[in-house]
Design a protein around this ligand. Sequence first.
Ligand code: UD1
Length: 365
Amino acid sequence: MLIDIIAGARPNFMKIAPIIEELRAIKAKGVNVDYRLVHTGQHYDRAMSGNFFEQLGIPHPDINLEVGSGTQAQQTARIMERYESVLLENPAHLCMVVGDVTSTMACSIAAKKLNISVAHVEGGIRSGDMTMPEEVNRMVTDSITDYFFTTSETANANLRKSGVADNRIFFVGNTMIDTLLKNMSRLEKPEIWGKEKLQSQKYYTLTLHRPANVDDEKSLKGLIEEISKGAEELPVIFPVHPRTAKNLEKIGVDYPNIIMTEPMGYLQFIYLVKNTRAVITDSGGITEEATVLGVPCMTLRDSTERPETVTVGTNELLGIKPEAVGPAFERLKRGEWKKGEIPELWDGKTAQRIVEHILNLYNLY
Ligand code: UD1
């Protein structure tokens, strides 16, 4: 049996790493299962892609579609066209996609149209915000997915509500957390640590890349200004995503306590998050990592597709208006931030469960 594992953008890489490791282990035991790693090339910079392969020990992709950047439709079209050619030449039995990026949606469509089954890791999550490209990607992907590997009961409920039968839903946990737990003893100080003489709990960590926050100059400037004020004398370490960098260049942000850096490698970024006073972010994945690390997390979004990070974890949704930032910092400084717990099945064994289910589904024992 041949499984295509699809990865395209930064948040995909930590999700596929443990699945590939598990598949290799099963194959080494003589089970008739093989995989082909397909990198779409949606992210291509070393800092956004190559670095993660090296640090997480992900094997070199078998195929790189090299689609590069473009509008949503351009990227989707290029990925579909190129992945379809791959499948026409050498079809897989199952196409496994992860997360909610454009590569996830595009490959699932190309596969399904060739009658190849689709498995969606992190299926079923919904923000309810149709202005996010990711929400469209999630809904389209899930509408043609055969097997859903889910991270939460909320995702299961969303799928049932949309008519998916229980025997196609597999509640397995979170592969991003498999990677997090596995790498805790390998974390590395980022370069900025020594350069800025950082001390544990005496700095904040900021990431911003959502179009709603970074494409509008006024909103981007307003948010950074309030974060700078809220942090007071403590530095805010801000690894800047390429999309955000382009806009920051235009508006020329300059606050002494906002320290901008290049995007970091996985082992360095998690080191930073683990030791920070709090994270301020508009990412989804980072809210999950902060939850498991027990680090206070302020999310600059109006909605989340990962509600368990709020109801169970350390995350709180502040919205995208700059005026919400100050009061949140005040609560944090008063020691009033919730402690949080770890969501069900986020235990480091998710990839193992996924592969077991696949072996059962395809009678591969
Ligand atoms: C994508 C995902 C988003 C994910 C994010 C993580 C979609 C719709 N969005 O957003 O869900 O949270 O990745 O990073 O799939 N660029 C580079 N180098 C790269 C990649 C991108 O410079 O290696 C620049 C390009 O100018 C590009 C822009 O970043 O136009 C945006 O990249 P894109 O892949 O379109 O979306 P992201 O904002 O990265």
